[in-house]
Design a binder for this molecule. Structure first.
Ligand SMILES: Nc1ncnc2c1ncn2[C@@H]1O[C@H](COP(=O)(O)O)[C@@H](OP(=O)(O)O)[C@H]1O
Ligand SMILES: CCc1ccc(OS(=O)(=O)O)cc1
Length: 302
């Protein structure tokens, strides 16, 4: 969804009207009218699904998954438009009809919460890779995204955006519930639950996990070469200049964001009073996190 800088700022009312509610979850406008078709979407055993809350490192994960599953060269991935090969289920383009006809094995992405995904996925009919990211980093990324997205034209402050985030008032609904639902299914045989920060901390283990989960058999040398290639992809992300336009937009240096990797743990989500997760842990490493740390959740979010 690469869109250019907003021309006209959104008032809070205009911003609100851009979403719609589906079973109590705020969804982007392009999901309207297709949720039933999505629930009945035919899934194939050979499919691999990549599911994330927006701004959880979906693009990086798709490159790594593509590389591990297809054995592709990272330079090749850099040259091709990988987004075209991995459609997002609910986006207007290419659309459900086209995705239904894609040849196997399909790699499909989605940001929808677990319960809104095709019911065949709940039955374990194909593999699902879920990745969660530290919410303190994610919210900065989502804020920048909303500011740059023409259709959203978000012009509120970061504090106000954080409040929306903590009160489940953004597209794709509550981050807390999104992660929680997948966390509860992390032991399902068709689900692999990953954390974005582990890509930076322990890529070897993640590549091994992915290869095992995807049924890719490789010897030690092949695994080392795969990991080396994946390192190249991850390294690109730490070098904002190497990223395609529209990526790496946080005002804080990427290294500052990575420093918070140790500050969160999904287990803290059970039970999950919204906000507690963000208000605990070590001191944030940049101004954006400070703003988030200082925020208290609205009582309605608890
Ligand atoms: N190789 C890569 N390509 C694109 N984005 C990457 C990336 N590695 C890390 N990212 C980060 O992933 C975030 C976007 O997530 P998504 O792909 O789900 O939209 C961005 O975070 P920041 O905005 O914090 O920089 C971006 O920098
Ligand atoms: C708020 C609308 C919207 C649109 C697209 C999104 O996904 S992604 O960040 O481009 O992957 C998220 C939210």
């Amino acid at each position: 969804m690469a869109e250019s800088e907003a021309e006209t700022p959104s008032t809070p009312g205009e911003f609100e009207s851009k979403y719609f509610e589906f079973h109590g979850v705020r969804l982007p406008p392009f999901c309207r009218g297709k949720m039933e078709e999505i629930a009945n979407f035919p899934v194939r055993p050979s499919d691999v699904w990549i599911v994330t809350y927006p701004k959880s490192g979906t693009s990086l994960l798709q490159e790594v998954v593509y590389l591990v599953s297809q054995g592709a060269d990272p330079d090749e991935i850099g040259l091709m438009n990988i987004d075209e090969q991995l459609p997002v289920l609910e986006y207007p383009q290419p659309g459900l009809d086209i995705i239904k006809e894609l040849t196997s094995p399909r790699l499909i992405k989605s940001h929808l919460p677990y319960r809104f995904l095709p019911s065949d996925l709940h039955n374990g009919d194909s593999k699902v890779i879920y990745m969660a990211r530290n919410p303190k980093d994610l919210v900065v990324s989502y804020y920048q995204f909303h500011r740059s997205l023409r259709t959203m034209s978000y012009r509120g402050t970061f504090q106000e955006f954080c409040r929306r985030f903590m009160n489940d008032k953004l597209g794709y609904g509550s981050w807390f519930e999104h992660v929680q639902e997948f966390w509860e299914h992390r032991m399902d045989s068709n689900v692999l639950f990953l954390k974005y920060e582990d890509m930076h901390r322990d890529l070897v283990t993640m590549v091994e996990q992915l290869a095992r989960f995807l049924g890719v058999s490789c010897d030690k040398a092949q695994l080392e070469s795969l990991t080396e290639h994946c390192h190249q992809l991850v390294d690109q992300c730490c070098n904002a200049e190497a990223l395609p336009v529209g990526r790496g937009m946080c005002p804080c240096p990427p290294t500052a964001r990575l420093l918070t990797a140790s500050a969160w743990e999904p287990r803290a989500l059970v039970p999950f009073p919204a906000g507690v997760l963000m208000l605990s842990g070590p001191l944030p490493s940049c101004q954006c996190f400070t703003a988030l740390h200082l925020l208290s959740p609205e009582p309605s979010a608890l």
